[in-house]
Design a protein around this ligand. Structure first.
Ligand code: NAD
Length: 425
């Protein structure tokens, strides 16, 4: 038997701990604005439930590996817990807690009746065969079974997981209950009750937020996208569709640049074949850092947390940053960007399209009904634009950044729900 350890030797302060520190800092700023007392601040800073589990995986060669899994429900004052499931070697309880907290504020900000949750398994899914991934997913579900359910906590795809992962979760849960429960997960394949538009919902929301923040015709605006996965890939395409020139894209393998604009469908086809964007012939190679520092109108970080830090923030030249990823900008970087006049559309607003359509999928599942693609997109657009306008107006009223304003609204709504419900006992 062997225990799979995170890919890098854990540093004293892990990326996960840094993400949690960022989330707590943002909460503190909102608490200050809202005049919350220490007790309430502590309650909001503390997850309601956290579960750490061991997940044994039987490998194809007969060996037994054990990985750690997590599920955190941060707050359920406004509704059942909702949040993605991440498979990544560096994930830890701190990162999952930060991501769960951001989900709480995000759901409140866009006005959907959910609390915040997140899950993770500390594994590199690319090192597993499909059968191993399936066995691991099913065992993880078995271990977190006491927490999840359509009225309790509803997972969805995140980094390293996809619609197939959701299908395995739905099946495992349903086998345990003895009847099909499609509403236990969102981001499922369409055949199993998935919603039209869910696969590209986060990216569609990023496009809507980017165009709203740009406030002028997008034609010819230059864009760089960090991360070419489920969020970054379609976001690059949607921004190109809107008339922007996507000049650079990166993924874990490297970054590519074309001054005249990348052919996104050709790049996507190449990346699917070659396993990444690196080596795409119709473009020049860039380093990961160079992509972030390009002189573009819009930068979309759509990979992981901590991409923009105090180290590179002074060199960021994008006028507008639209956070497809969760937590890509540290609080120190935020201050530098604000001082330099860069507008940042924060994660809890910019990438909320995913959870909005997850909510629509869940409602359809509970009603055993299916809406058209047009209906789903119309509702998504309405909720995104409503939240965007509200954040902009609170920011202007209170003299805050868009991130601070988004947190004031999100945290404020959770506090209101908590106060109406009161404290038991
Ligand atoms: P994914 O696994 O589909 O894609 C991640 C992408 O990032 C991959 O292309 C990967 O190669 C790339 N990447 C990793 N390290 C990189 C690096 N150092 N530089 C450049 N690229 C790098 O994951 P995803 O679902 O697209 O999620 C991306 C981000 O968006 C995460 O922060 C996630 O929490 C957030 N998010 C996702 C959703 C969703 O619906 N999937 C919703 C809201 C927010």
């Amino acid at each position: 038997m062997s225990i799979m350890v995170p890919s890098k030797t854990p540093a004293l302060i892990t990326p996960g701990r840094q993400a949690l520190d960022s989330a707590l800092h943002q909460l503190d700023q909102a608490a200050e604005q809202l005049g919350l007392d220490d007790g309430l601040r502590t309650m909001l800073a503390t997850p309601r439930r956290s579960l750490t589990v061991s997940v044994p995986i039987r490998r194809e060669n007969g060996r037994l590996d054990v990985v750690q899994g997590f599920r955190v429900q941060h707050n359920v004052s406004r509704g059942p817990a909702k949040g993605g499931l991440r498979f990544h070697p560096d994930t830890d309880i701190h990162e999952v807690t930060a991501l769960a907290m951001w989900m709480t504020w995000k759901c409140a900000l866009v006005g959907i009746p959910y609390g915040g949750a997140k899950g993770g398994v500390a594994v590199d899914p690319s090192t597993l065969t499909e059968r191993e991934r399936e066995r691991m997913t099913r065992r993880y579900v078995n271990e977190v079974m006491p927490l999840i359910g359509p009225e309790q906590d509803i997972p969805a795809p995140d980094v390293g997981t996809d619609a197939q992962t959701m299908a395995w979760i739905m099946d495992t849960y349903s086998v345990h209950t003895g009847f099909p429960v499609p509403g236990v997960v969102t981001g499922k394949p369409k055949t199993l009750g998935g919603s039209h538009g869910r696969m590209s919902a986060t990216s569609r929301g990023v496009q809507i937020a980017a165009l709203a923040a740009l406030g002028r015709s997008p034609a010819g605006s230059t864009v760089a996208v960090q991360g070419f996965g489920k969020v970054g890939g379609p976001a690059a395409q949607f921004l190109a569709d809107a008339g922007c020139k996507v000049v650079a894209v990166s993924d874990a393998t490297g970054a590519v640049y074309a001054r005249g604009g990348l052919d996104i469908p050709a790049l996507a086809a190449y990346a699917a074949e070659a396993g990444g964007v690196r080596g795409f012939r119709e473009a020049d190679a860039l380093t990961h850092d160079e992509l972030l520092e390009l002189d573009v109108d819009i930068l979309v970080p759509a990979a992981l947390e901590g991409a923009i830090t105090e180290a590179n923030a002074p060199r960021i030249r994008a006028r507008l940053i639209v956070e497809g990823a969760n937590g890509p900008t540290t609080p120190e970087a935020d201050e530098i960007l604000t001082a330099n006049g860069t507008t940042v559309v924060p994660d809890i607003l910019a990438n909320a399209g995913g959870v909005i359509v997850s909510y629509l999928e869940w409602v359809q599942n509970l009603q055993a009904y299916s809406w058209s693609a047009e209906e789903v997109e119309r509702k998504l657009r309405e909720l995104m634009l409503e939240a965007f306008a509200e954040v902009k107006s609170v920011a202007a009223e209170r003299g805050l950044t868009l991130r601070q304003a988004a947190h004031v609204i999100g945290v404020g709504r959770v506090v209101e729900a908590h106060q109406l419900r009161g404290l038991y006992p």
